[in-house]
Design a protein around this ligand. Structure first.
Ligand code: NAD
Length: 341
């Protein structure tokens, strides 16, 4: 039986929807003609009940797609889980297989968007343009406290050299940095561009700036921890635009307090699902670790916005729809990295 022969309509139930998701998915739906149902709430065991006759559920980075949720979705006749993101650490793929659900993702919508944001964080932390902006508006034209360093000639260590890591290496090379990299697979193409693949320990020991671009999994969880921080250069800069749990938050707070870590830029945070993508400006935040992090003058936090460009949102909408269409018509997707189960 083809997926098209099921009782459910070609309805896609979107979770964790923001206004810009609606704008982009509505804009590109004309040539596909799906029925779109947008929910602002996160998908979790309680909110799964909202789904009515949808064949497809579309989720984002902080939706909970564990066994309990997948079981409910299967019982409701859902056949496809379409992730509108690249990372899939929030989905229990074994359970999806068990309940006969197809899972697809958008493997590379704009690696440049994330790589450019990582460099933006480095430049902001280094040259303190965020502080200069506020100072000048208050007619404070003093330079005291704004001293930076030349990026030219500095060593940048990249952990994870997939689509984003590669794009980021090109930017770093453009700035005249020496680029070291660690990945479970080396890239001859990057070596040709001058990137040197080294051990993880070598990245920690030799880098002035460390940028994380690997996925979150059992091997990479807390790759930045108490022990790895000890190996790092004094005053190291750490940038994480990948997934929050790559960093052991308590360990970096200690490292910052001791002055071992000179700069920290994070676009992702271990407990971000309770905070990010919402306006909490009138709330009392109960997460003491994020409050402590935000109190350091040498920490820059952005709320998972590295992907957030016009080009990326366009690609996300188009690739998500194409993935769904391919699964409905051919039960397969040509780009094998897009199909997880
Ligand atoms: P990718 O799959 O193209 O590349 C990931 C790379 O990590 C691969 O080269 C892989 O070999 C490597 N890797 C896997 N396990 C590793 C390990 N144990 N140690 C070192 N390297 C390892 O993915 P990508 O498109 O480059 O994205 C990377 C990550 O960035 C995603 O997993 C996602 O978590 C994150 N991301 C964040 C945003 C954002 O807005 N902040 C947007 C997109 C992606």
């Amino acid at each position: 039986m083809s997926l098209k022969d099921t009782v459910n309509t070609y309805k896609i139930a979107f979770f964790s929807t923001q206004p810009y998701d609606k704008t982009f998915f509505n804009k590109y739906n004309d040539s596909f003609g799906f029925e779109l149902d947008f929910f602002e709430t996160q998908l979790n065991p309680q909110t799964a009940a909202l789904i009515e006759k949808a064949l497809i559920v579309c989720v984002f980075v902080n939706d909970i797609v564990n066994e309990a949720v997948l079981k409910q979705l299967a019982e409701k006749g859902v056949k496809i889980i379409a992730l509108r993101c690249a990372g899939f650490n929030n989905v229990d793929l074994d359970a999806a297989k068990k309940y006969n659900l197809k899972v697809c993702r958008v493997p590379a919508y704009s690696p440049q968007a994330v790589a450019e944001h990582a460099m933006a964080m480095i430049l902001t932390l280094n040259r303190k343009t965020h502080k200069a902006y506020n100072r000048v508006r208050e007619q404070n034209f003093s330079l005291n406290g704004l001293l930076g360093f030349d990026l030219f000639g500095k060593t940048i260590g990249i952990i994870g050299t997939g689509n984003i890591g590669k794009a980021f290496a090109k930017i770093a090379i453009g700035f005249g940095c020496k680029v070291l990299a660690y990945d479970i697979v080396t890239s001859a193409e990057m070596e040709k561009d001058g990137v040197r693949f080294v051990s993880l320990d070598e990245i920690f020991k030799s880098s002035d700036i460390i940028s994380l671009h690997c996925p979150l999994n059992d091997q990479t969880k807390h790759v930045v921890n108490k022990e790895s921080i000890v190996l790092m250069k004094d005053s190291v800069m750490i940038i994480n635009t990948s997934r929050g749990a790559l960093i052991e938050t308590a360990a970096v707070i200690e490292g910052l307090k001791e002055g071992k870590i000179g700069y920290l830029g994070i676009d992702v945070y271990e407990q971000e699902e309770k905070l990010f993508f919402r306006d909490l400006s009138a709330d009392i935040i109960q997460d003491d670790a994020i409050q402590r992090l935000m109190s350091f003058p040498n920490v820059l936090v952005t709320a998972h916005q590295a992907f957030f460009t016009n080009e990326a949102l366009t690609q996300i909408a188009l690739v998500t729809f194409n993935n769904i269409e391919s699964l409905l018509t051919e039960n397969d997707i040509e780009n094998k990295t897009a199909l997880l189960v």
